[in-house]
Each structure stands twice: as C-alpha cells, then as structure tokens.
Unconditional design. Structure first.
Length: 430
C-alpha cells in the first residue's frame, strides 16, 4: 500500500499533551515504517494561543474544538485535557462525527465510559485509553486482549503514585502524613489540591475502568468503596511492620460467588507480598486469573514520558487499523449489570488500634464486645504508655463481617476506658 499521512487533532498541550507531540515528532519515521502511514499533528487545541510554546508552530494552534471537529482531514483525535467538562462533549462529538479517539482521561472513562463505548461501536471507530490507568504500564491491553479468554478472579493494585510516595516517606523515614504530603508537593508528585489522590478518588476511577473490562460490566462509581490516607498514622505503619505487614493504598476488585467486591483503602499486606516492595511513585497491578495464574505489571504510573508513551502506543494501534481498514476490538458495553456486594456484607481480617486507660479489666471488656460481634482475635499486643496512663492496644482479627466490626467500633466508643478508636485497617493478601 502507498504511504499516506493521517492527520491528528490533539486536544490539550499541557504536560502530557506536549509529551505526546514531542514523541510523535521524534518517532515519526519509525512509526511510519512500522504501520505504513505517517502520523501528522494538524491541529492542537489550546486555551490561550498567545502563550509562547517552544518548538510549536503557531499555525498548528486552534482556539476552538470545532476547528478540529469540522476538519474532514483529521481522522484521529487525542484527548489529554482531563476532567469531565468540556472533555465529555469533545469525546462524544469526536466519536459521533466518525473520528477515532485516543484518551487518557480516567475520570471521564470511569463516569461516562459506557456511553462513549456505545457511540464508538455504533460509528465503527476506535476508542482506546491505555494511558488512563497506571501511566506507561500496558494493563488495559493485557486485561482486554491477553486475558480475554481467561477468567479474572482478583485484581490488586497500587495505582496512585502520589499516595504511594507519601506512604513510602511515612514508612521509610517515619514522617507524619502532613510532612510527607508537603514533601510530595515539593517534588511535583502531589497537586496543590491533593484531594483526588489522598482521598482515594483517583484510584477508584482507575479501578472502575479495570474492573469494567475484567468483569465485562459497567462499574458505577457509587459501587466502588474508597477511603484515603489522611488519617494514616506513623504508629500504625510501625506496628504493622512489627506484625509482618506493610501499609499500602490498595485498590482491589474480586468476583466472589457471582458478586463483585470493589474497594480502595489503606490496607495491611504481608511483607512477602509482591506489592509490598512497590515504593515511591511507582505503580503495580497484580492480576490473578483462573488459568494464567498470577501476573504482575510494574512501572512508572504517571509523569509525562510514561503517559505519553502509552498514548502514542494507542495512536500507533489506530494508525494500523486505518491502514488495514479495520477497527480495533473495543471493550464491549455490557448487556447486564453485575451485582456488587455492599461493604457491610463483605468479610475481611482487621487491624484495630485502641487508645485505652492502662487499668485492669479493659482488655476483657474489649474482648467481650468482639466476641459478641462474632469477631475472633488472632493476636493482641500492648504498646508504650502515653500521657495520663493511656496505652495503645493493637488487635489482629480473623475474618469477620464488616458490619460486625462497625458495630464493635460503636460499642468501643461507649466504654469509659477507651479514649480513642485510633485506627481500623483491613488486612489483605494473606
């Protein structure tokens, strides 16, 4: 086939957008040799054309999305603006107009992805989004293609680099949360407003996307339980390590007896667990499939270069489809909604830390409450004394229902000797 150009419209020229543009320029000849067509960025949507952009021809810049949407030469649009609005309008109009779309927008895919997939199928165009989860790690393609004939039993992941960096500082250096967050912001790992990261929202978006593909269902964000790390204390990290565990913000999806369990929460995992050694801003996803067994995906989960690499990989795939006259296999919009088990119906082992008065009978009163809630204790340790004769008492439990533990916590708060329910974390991965 004769070589030809494929015109691309790029939405956004921030950190990732600039990375995508530069990588396409740098690898243009290599890509052309590989797929037989040449990628050419024809228009770039920017907020302010007056801003100087080193190495970017001013003639490429567009002030409005319509300049790209109405350009018949542009066959492929790359969306890296982020957020829900106006990104959803851009994505919907791109697909409805018969143009292929590559995205890196996890929030939009997690909340409106099903609708966009349906439009893409109806219009027979590609919708690819490898960069939306875990940066440069090719986890979307692996889940959708490599494991398409297998049954995914469980996904466990560290899929937010900001929180993993913060927890690493708290673990390795004993920093308090506030200081570790400031450190992350100074090094560019955390935004000025870190809410989406530290409250587990970003990881929940990514888990919804992964679980939707793995279990062939539309995962609604309200079904993904998420907790953040704001209330994580260095003491719990230290005590966990003494017990043989490390604390991580763990994203987890599993299929148990036909119902999905979806959660993001700071959790204890054994020191020997494959995810325990994932530090700093790195990401990792551990997938257990019925036939393939355990598969580990590890790498840089964010940043200009890894994310741009994933975006360009999707672009190359679309170029190949354009050259061959085919369309990629899209994740199929689900025909039915899978059941999701409510949090209070799930079972887990628990790490519990209480601050109690150092006096006779306290442990017996706590143990009685646990027994009445059908919670069995695996081990208990007492730590050093604080002011006013208060001590930390740490419990590890056997598996118990979440609702039983919640009731126990309420009852602990009514005991005069219990000064504080300082922490309750789940133990995973044993």
């Amino acid at each position: 086939m004769a070589q030809r150009d494929v015109a691309i419209g790029l939405l956004g020229l921030g950190t990732v957008g600039m990375g995508v543009y530069r990588l396409l320029q740098e690898r243009q000849e290599r890509i052309t040799a590989a797929v037989g067509v040449r990628p050419v960025v024809k228009k770039i949507l920017v907020r302010d054309r007056s801003r100087a952009r080193l190495g970017i021809d001013d003639g490429l810049l567009a002030n409005s999305f319509e300049e790209i949407a109405n350009d018949r030469d542009i066959q492929l649009v790359v969306e890296v603006v982020g957020g829900r609005d106006p990104a959803f309008r851009y994505a919907k109009e791109t697909l409805s107009g018969g143009k292929h779309l590559v995205m890196a927008n996890k929030e939009l895919l997690a909340t409106r992805g099903e609708e966009l997939l349906r439009i893409a199928r109806r219009r027979n165009v590609d919708l690819l989004f490898e960069a939306a989860v875990a940066g440069g790690i090719p986890i979307i393609r692996a889940m959708h293609e490599s494991l398409s004939g297998d049954k995914v039993q469980r996904i466990q992941g560290i899929i937010n680099g900001t929180t993993n960096y913060i927890i690493t500082r708290m673990t390795d250096e004993g920093q308090a949360y506030a200081r570790a967050l400031k450190d992350a912001q100074l090094h560019g790992y955390a935004e000025a407003d870190p809410t989406n990261d530290v409250d587990g929202i970003d990881a929940a978006y990514k888990l919804a996307i992964l679980a939707g593909i793995a279990y062939r269902t539309n995962v609604r964000m309200k079904d993904v339980h998420h907790e953040g790390i704001r209330n994580l204390h260095p003491e719990d990290i230290e005590y966990s390590r003494e017990l043989g565990y490390v604390v991580k913000l763990l994203a987890e999806a599993s299929d148990r007896d036909g119902a999905l369990e979806l959660s993001v929460a700071p959790s204890l995992i054994p020191l020997k667990h494959p995810l325990a050694a994932v530090k700093d801003a790195f990401n990792a996803v551990l997938v257990r499939a019925e036939w393939a067994g355990e598969l580990m995906f590890y790498g840089a989960g964010a940043g200009q270069r890894p994310t741009a690499s994933a975006v360009v990989a999707d672009i190359v795939k679309v170029l190949h489809h354009i050259q061959t006259g085919s369309v990629g296999t899209l994740p199929t919009p689900p025909s039915e909604q899978r059941a999701v088990r409510r949090l209070d119906e799930r079972e887990a082992r628990f790490y519990l830390r209480l601050r109690v008065a150092d006096e006779p009978g306290v442990l017996a009163a706590v143990a009685l409450i646990l027994a009445r809630e059908n919670i069995s204790v695996q081990c208990v340790i007492q730590k050093g004394r604080h002011a006013d004769d208060v001590v930390d008492v740490v419990f590890l439990t056997h598996e118990a229902l979440e609702r039983n533990m919640r009731r126990a916590l309420q009852k602990f708060r009514l005991l005069p000797a219990v000064r504080e329910v300082a922490a309750m974390l789940r133990v995973r991965g044993d």
